[in-house]
Design a protein around this ligand. Structure first.
Ligand SMILES: Nc1nc2c([nH]c(=O)n2[C@@H]2O[C@H](COP(=O)(O)OP(=O)(O)OP(=O)(O)O)[C@@H](O)[C@H]2O)c(=O)[nH]1
Ligand SMILES: [Mg+2]
Length: 127
């Protein structure tokens, strides 16, 4: 079974907002673009808006699809819908207690992301 996921590349002033996945989660200890599983009968963009409210406390004002990535981990297969979030209201923070950071896009190579994120990080570094 393929798990559908929506995640946000939240960008402001050439910095991107990332969060640390807790050790007990799948790909724990990796940094991520905040987001989560798309529910049954939910649109990925709606899932993005819901997850960013739940995890980061922001209201998405403008987002657009950036990359769609299918990836098979040894233990699960994911279909990741990465959106660029270029406008939002509220102060992005780790609403669930997770460690978060605003980092310059150019520094993204210094953070370890899940394998599926490699093409996303590479595309951001090339812009
Ligand atoms: N949020 C997020 N998930 C990612 C990224 N890259 C990546 O491979 N994933 C994978 O996507 C899957 C779903 O994400 P999630 O664990 O955030 O889902 P969720 O918010 O609904 O949380 P849950 O674990 O409490 O159910 C995980 O297996 C995770 O490893 C990413 O950049 N952001
Ligand atoms: Mg999540």
């Amino acid at each position: 079974m393929v798990i559908r996921v929506a995640a946000g590349v939240i960008i402001r002033n050439e910095q991107v907002f990332i969060a640390l996945r807790s050790q007990d989660k799948h790909q724990g200890g990796c940094w991520e673009f905040p987001g989560g599983k798309v529910e049954t009968d939910e649109e990925p963009q709606a899932a993005l808006e819901r997850e960013l409210q739940e995890e980061c406390g922001i209201e998405v004002i403008h987002s657009q699809i950036f990359k769609l990535i299918k990836h098979d981990y040894p233990d699960k297969s994911v279909e990741l819908h990465f959106f660029k979030v270029t406008d939002f209201s509220g102060e992005a923070h780790g609403k669930e207690g997770q460690e978060v950071a605003w980092v310059p896009v150019a520094d993204l190579a210094n953070y370890r992301f899940p394998e599926a994120n490699v093409p996303v990080v590479d595309a951001l570094l090339d812009e």
